[in-house]
Design a protein around this ligand. Structure first.
Ligand code: TXA
Ligand code: MG
Length: 338
């Protein structure tokens, strides 16, 4: 993807509604759930210090209880509440990319409970740049809530939401959603494990490995056997309900009918199925990907084909999501193996 641009990263969109932010902060303080926008995808939030509140996230999402959650903080002022022994390179990453679409896995402070970390000795922290998320997190911090645990606001394994309407599709109208229009990035944050001597890339995102290397002067390493577990790295994730697979432009589409869906850079000659054009640039592609998958899914097709993007590094995060979106549906087995 094009390097994430810190200067132009500020969001435009609907104005912040202070009354809604206050209501959302109050619901969180009372142990309730609130969905809110970030620059990546919408999150399903709960007070990260309240075990009953956090358990509601797992119940609503249908997420296995040993999968860890990212804690969202308003600023670096909350860092030491959650993390200890933060390595120097992690401080540099925070200084360079926060607030923004970067989550860091850090050694957890003793007060951080197993129900946030999935029993691991690390905690995931993210400081989002989205103004509505910032407003909510700041209101929470003032009310004594120093972190909001928030996974993507979708049922476990399903497509992440990039609009408030997607969240309501997932969980129904009774969930309070702060609606700030479509997310500008559209795929989840880059996750870097900073619990060891060198950074490890756990999930690619719009902040690229090249940008990370430029910021800290050392290359980010690949996941290894002892890396923390990340549910986004399960083989099947981000999935439409309709069977979906990658398609190469030179492949013939067999049994093509009006019930065939295609998300591709160009419509093949004679294709008569349900076609959604894919943007040719990675940033625009990421922004529209999940909404396009949802539209294809809603069309009740027999199957969906997604044209495989180039293999270049700038498509790395997108190719990562597409591989998982197109993996065989084996979520139940994964739940046991994770
Ligand atoms: O962009 C994002 O990161 C969005 C927005 C809402 O902030 N959140 C998001 O959360 O994608 P979720 O839960 O869908 O994905 C977070 C990933 C999971 O794969 C989880 O396993 C991993 O982060 N994670 C969280 N805490 C961790 C920890 N302590 N160690 C290892 N992985 C962790
Ligand atoms: Mg998710």
């Amino acid at each position: 993807m094009t390097a994430f641009n810190l200067e132009t990263a500020s969001e435009s969109g609907p104005p912040i509604n202070p009354a809604l932010i206050a209501e959302a902060a109050q619901r969180l303080a009372q142990g309730g759930l609130v969905a809110f926008p970030t620059e990546t995808v919408y999150g399903l939030g709960a007070d990260a210090s309240n075990p009953q509140a956090v358990s509601k996230i797992y119940a609503l999402k249908g997420r296995p209880s040993h999968h860890p959650l990212i804690v969202h903080i308003a600023s670096q002022a909350e860092l030491n509440y959650w993390a200890i022994n933060v390595p120097h390179y992690a401080h540099t990453l925070m200084k360079t990319f926060w607030p923004g679409p970067l989550s860091l896995i850090l050694p957890r402070a003793p007060r951080v409970s197993d129900w946030i970390t999935g029993g691991q000795n690390t905690v995931g922290l993210r400081c989002p740049s989205h103004p509505h998320a910032q407003a909510l997190l700041s209101a929470c911090a003032k009310a004594g809530i120093y972190g909001v645990a928030a996974p993507s606001a979708n049922r476990f394994g399903h497509i992440s939401p990039t609009t408030a309407a997607h969240v309501t599709e997932e969980f129904g109208p009774q969930l309070l959603v702060i609606d700030a229009g479509p997310c500008t990035i559209g795929i989840e944050s880059t996750i870097v494990d900073c619990s060891g001597m060198a950074p490890v890339l756990l999930r690619p995102g719009s902040i690229s490995r090249e940008q990370i290397k430029q910021a800290i002067g050392i290359p980010v390493q690949e996941r290894h056997a002892n890396s923390p577990r990340v549910s986004g790295s399960l083989p099947a994730h981000y999935q439409p309900h309709t069977p979906t697979r990658l398609w190469q432009a030179h492949e013939e589409i067999s049994n093509c009918s009006s019930k065939t869906g295609l998300f591709a850079f160009q419509k093949p000659k004679g294709f008569e199925g349900f076609f959604i054009p894919a943007p040719s640039q990675p940033d625009a592609y990421a922004q529209t990907l999940y909404a396009s998958l949802r539209n294809l899914d809603a069309a009740k097709l027999q199957y969906i084909l997604i044209q495989a993007p180039p293999e270049d590094l700038e498509w790395e995060a997108i190719n990562d999501r597409l591989q998982r979106a197109c993996a065989p549906h084996n979520t139940l087995q994964q739940k046991r193996e994770f």
